[in-house]
Design a protein around this ligand. Structure first.
Ligand code: GDP
Ligand code: CA
Length: 343
């Protein structure tokens, strides 16, 4: 029996890069146990979303959409390729904030379409479907679906120490912490505004329940996968699905490869290690969300502790250097939790 339905809970760059390799491997018949025609559903984080200059921007949805639709700038890893920046320059000339947010000219078209549709009353899930008709359908047909985790407004905010403030701290949108401050100061707390009152977007719970394999890619465990799992009902769906659930560590050799997983894990008191993140997600057999956890070969010594925590665990190279290397990671993840699936 080959796996034909896979659901991936994704953030932006780490998730998108993993998905690119996963799809490359699956369609090339290089992921043993998975049908080359397998349907892949992506449930993407929307807690990074921000309104800027009157436009609704969804960084993680767009990074996944542009990456898998071959429109991404490969060097930056976000935004459109062959981008120009006239809109940003003109806005700066007016002196309007925020000047730190990178709105490219080509990218602006996406945000204009999205904002107009939202204002006409369409939910984000319907808007995303419409945008994906341009980006995903031509490349992937109907073998790939992208769903926002929720249609509701959820925003991650970060508190940092600030002696200039009467309270001694300043709270800002996650994007400001990440882009303007470059996550260079410790995050005292991370708050997901609206998360506890949100509902899963249409199709999300079914995609988890009906999947044969659920994957937690090497995405940020706090502000990407953590927020997705925090949508009420979602964690329970992952815990209860008949699918096998496997994750790949975003922490390699005690640090994130790129991004700021380290700062976020520290702020919630989770050890910054492959074992720490695996235990944080936890084994489904003990109330967590994972059956298996893949770590990098450099973290091989974490395997006994992970197995003690009730997880199936293995160590393989986890650097997403190119689609072939990433496809090999995906294949290792499948064989860890579904060794019985045959080609
Ligand atoms: P974001 O929304 O753009 O921050 O992207 P994600 O949340 O999807 O993923 C970001 C995380 O991916 C980073 O914090 C890293 O820990 C992880 N990451 C990035 N590149 C690699 C890689 O090559 N290998 C592994 N194992 N993790 C990676
Ligand atoms: Ca993100």
């Amino acid at each position: 029996m080959q796996i034909s339905r896979i659901t991936v809970l994704s953030g932006g760059m780490g998730g998108a890069r993993f998905l690119q390799g996963l799809l490359h491997g699956i369609r090339g018949g290089e992921v043993p146990g998975v049908s080359p025609e397998a349907q892949v559903t992506v449930v993407a984080n929307t807690a990074d979303d921000i309104w800027v200059h009157g436009l609704k921007v969804c960084p993680d949805l767009d990074t996944v959409m542009y990456t898998l639709g071959d429109g991404i700038d490969p060097e930056r890893g976000w935004g459109r390729r062959e981008e120009t920046w006239s809109v940003r320059t003109e806005l700066a000339e007016y002196g309007v904030e925020p000047t730190w947010f990178g709105l490219g000219d080509r990218d602006v078209a996406t945000h204009l379409v999205r904002t107009q549709m939202l204002e006409a009353g369409y939910p984000l899930s319907a808007v995303t479907e419409a945008l994906c008709r341009r980006w995903l359908a031509p490349v992937h047909g109907d073998g790939l679906r992208l769903l926002p985790m929720t249609d509701d407004r959820v925003e991650t905010h970060v508190a940092v120490a600030d002696p200039d403030e009467p309270s001694g701290r300043r709270v800002m949108h996650f994007q400001e912490y990440w882009i303007r401050l470059r996550a260079s100061v410790p995050a005292e707390t991370v708050v997901m505004i609206g998360l506890d009152r949100s509902s899963p977007a249409p199709g999300v719970l079914d995609a988890i329940r009906d999947a044969e394999l659920v994957v937690l890619p090497p995405s940020n465990p706090v502000v990407s996968v953590g927020t997705i799992l925090g949508v009420p009902g979602l964690r329970a769906a992952v815990r209860d699905t008949a699918a096998r659930v496997v994750g790949l560590s975003p922490i390699v050799g005690g640090t994130h490869v790129r991004g700021m997983a380290e700062q976020m894990l520290t702020s919630i008191g989770v050890e910054v290690s492959a074992a720490g993140v695996g235990r944080h997600y936890g084994a489904r057999s003990r109330g967590g969300v994972l059956d298996g956890w893949l770590v990098d070969t450099r973290d091989e010594d974490a395997l006994p502790a992970l197995r003690d925590a009730g997880l199936e665990a293995a160590a393989v190279p986890l650097m997403m250097t190119d689609p072939d290397a990433t496809a090999a990671m995906a294949a290792a993840a499948v064989s860890l939790v579904a060794p019985g699936a045959t080609a």
